[in-house]
Design a protein. Structure first.
Length: 207
């Protein structure tokens, strides 16, 4: 299904920080859009496997629960204590049914979201943490991915990319260990199997 994102989301003055502080709804304003949303699309979230739901007016929601073939969403500002927004929405779990119903009006304007940056950030995150590509330089990853996402590159610098990939690589490093036995246990985990080819189990006395 084709969506003209450019018509729905203002693209100028777009700046997304690369962290959890991207939300800046400003002061609560009750002159917010009055029309009810009807459709939605998804955008990659900040975390690698997360998804943000965005209605056709530009409001963002996170998934809460799924029940009876419906997915219940909450406004992103439900996490924001200072600017709490009670709005919720329902979509079908069948993504081909592209309808969204919102229950309560938002008490803030839609956030400014740079969708190309969201996609670029996601593809950099995947490229930077995929097993087998962990030794690729971040510069190499950035250069590759901005070719695929040239629009995202306008607002996502190499430095932002670098700090993101470093942080993600640090998170995915195995925990530190005290004994060979512990190391062996950790290396036997599925996610670490690429490191484990040279370690014997049980560990040899002559290791
Ligand atoms: Zn809201």
């Amino acid at each position: 299904m084709y969506h003209n994102y450019a018509l729905q989301i203002p693209q100028e003055d777009v700046q997304l920080s690369d962290g959890d502080d991207e939300i800046d709804a400003g002061p609560v304003n009750f002159n917010v859009p009055q029309q009810a949303p009807e459709t939605y699309f998804t955008v990659p979230g900040i975390c690698l496997n997360s998804l943000v739901y965005m209605d056709n007016i530009g409001y963002k929601y996170y998934k809460n629960i799924s029940r009876n073939n419906k997915m219940y969403l909450v406004c992103e500002n439900q996490k924001n204590k200072a600017e709490f927004c009670p709005s919720t929405a329902i979509v079908s779990v069948d993504i081909n049914e592209n309808w969204l119903r919102s229950n309560i009006r938002h008490n803030h304007f839609p956030p400014i979201v740079d969708i190309p940056v969201a996609h670029l950030r996601r593809s950099i995150g995947i490229a930077g943490t995929t097993t087998g590509r962990l030794s690729n330089s971040i510069r190499h990853i950035y250069n590759n991915e901005i070719v695929e996402n040239p629009d995202g590159a306008k607002n996502y610098t190499f430095l932002q990319c670098q700090s993101r990939v470093r942080r993600m690589r640090q998170c995915s490093r195995p925990q530190s260990v005290d004994t060979i036995e512990e190391l062996s246990n950790i290396l036997s985990l599925e996610q670490n199997k690429s490191y484990s080819s040279t370690l014997q189990r049980p560990p040899s006395r002559f290791f």
